[in-house]
Design a protein around this ligand. Structure first.
Ligand SMILES: *Cc1c(COP(=O)(O)O)cnc(C)c1O
Length: 403
């Protein structure tokens, strides 16, 4: 995914040519980038030999999940829909964990029927509900309990999940109470302590703190967990962000494992798929307002909501580079009738004209999955490139399907 002679290329395909065939906006993924991300992730934690469960909510395209499965990855799901999808992709239920604060009884029932590895519960009432259903089915069900470690992930406020004011997980006191109350249940096997402190984390400190709190919690429980699920959250480089030091993270986990005989689970989403996808879009109009040049695109916040929702900054690149720049503020906006429908302001930009193709970078995670039909706009297609071949892995929605 890079330029060759000034033209943006994904694997062996020039994007300018592809956009004529497929139309815009369109999500494009690189097969080999995904493969490399998986390989890197495994290498980073080689000594730990963890179970890696891809966070399906970050990208729930069936073909993408099938790639994960092909390389031995399991699934972390947060809804019945994601669970059905993961099973359809061929992922072994023994590699599926189910997270989320609001699982309904039909979702829990299905998970138990399929015999997934773990249901990670996030409240005492949920544990009671799981026990009730397990009893009805006369099964012993493995569950995890999600600890809220009250750790600041030092990430964007809206994607932080591990502080006590967040709705996720269970605080230390209640955690201890629940383990005690249910450890001898006939229908539940408390097998896992799970955490997930947030997303797009770029420093090791929150993880180090989290591991200390897990250790402290286990010491106070006096209970052996078969699994410790550390969640996901590893950040990627959208612009100049740092990446966490995987070597250090692995070391602190190794250290933890010296005194704990548990299997480690990870639930990465963004770090496996984020940088493997781009969004193609076309310049519809250019409006030269007094102090700003508005570049009006055919992709809007309905296609990619991260900038509007989290103030996320994505790179914007041209399909064909030139050295001709305009030294004026450029704001890239979508067609949606909302002021927040903006992909960012750049102090200067390459000279653009109507019909030019642009590439919004690093949208593989929380891109297509968060898209909507706002303004009654049809959902964009998804395309997977592998070498010199491409495959449409999700068709462009038709307006007739919406009406
Ligand atoms: C969203 C989520 C993840 C994945 O987070 P990333 O930042 O994409 O790695 C993992 N676990 C749980 C419980 C989640 O909600």
């Amino acid at each position: 995914m890079n330029y060759k002679n000034g033209k943006y290329k994904i694997e062996s395909i020039y994007i300018r040519n592809l956009s004529d065939k497929l139309g815009t906006p369109a999500y494009i993924y690189s097969y080999n980038k995904i493969k490399n991300n998986i390989k890197k992730f495994k290498n980073n934690f080689q000594k730990i030999n963890p179970l890696i469960c891809f966070s399906v909510k970050s990208n729930s395209n069936l073909d993408i999940i099938k790639i994960m499965k092909k390389f031995g990855i399991g699934a972390d799901v947060v809804s019945l829909g994601e669970l059905i999808l993961a099973i359809k992709a061929g992922i072994n239920p023994k590699k599926i964990v189910f997270s989320g604060v609001g699982k309904k009884s039909d979702e829990i029932k299905y998970a138990i029927e399929k015999g997934i590895l773990l249901i990670n519960a996030e409240s005492e009432n949920e544990v009671i509900e799981i026990e009730k259903i397990a009893k009805k089915k006369n099964k012993k069900v493995k569950i995890g309990i999600r600890l809220n470690p009250n750790t600041d992930a030092k990430t964007l406020k809206n994607i932080s999940t591990g502080k006590k004011e967040n709705k996720f997980g269970i605080g230390l006191k209640d955690f201890l109470k629940i383990v005690n109350k249910f450890k001898n249940s006939r229908y539940l096997n408390i097998s896992c302590l799970s955490v997930h402190i947030g997303s797009q984390i770029t420093s090791n400190k929150p993880y180090d703190k989290m591991i200390k709190i897990i250790q402290n919690t286990i010491d106070r429980c006096g209970y052996k967990f078969e699994y410790v699920d550390l969640g996901g959250g590893m950040g990627i480089k959208y612009n100049n962000e740092k990446e966490i030091n995987y070597n250090k993270y692995e070391k602190s986990i190794m250290n933890f494992l010296k005194s704990n005989d548990s299997k480690i689970i990870f639930e990465p989403g963004r770090s496996l798929i984020g940088n493997a996808g781009v969004l193609l879009t076309k310049v519809i109009y250019i409006k030269d307002g007094g102090i700003k040049r508005f570049i009006i695109l055919d992709a809007g916040m309905n296609d990619l909501i991260r900038p509007a929702l989290y103030k996320a900054n994505h790179k914007i690149m041209t399909a064909v580079k030139s050295k001709n720049f305009i030294n004026k503020k450029h704001e890239f906006v979508g067609p949606i009738c909302e002021t927040t429908d903006s992909f960012g302001i750049f102090p200067k930009f390459q000279k653009l004209k109507q019909g030019d193709i642009l590439i919004i970078g690093d949208v593989g995670a929380y891109g297509k999955v968060l898209s909507s039909n706002y303004n009654l706009r049809p959902s964009s297609p998804e395309i997977l490139i592998k070498g010199s071949k491409y495959k449409i892995i999700k068709k462009r929605q038709k307006i007739s399907e919406l009406i």
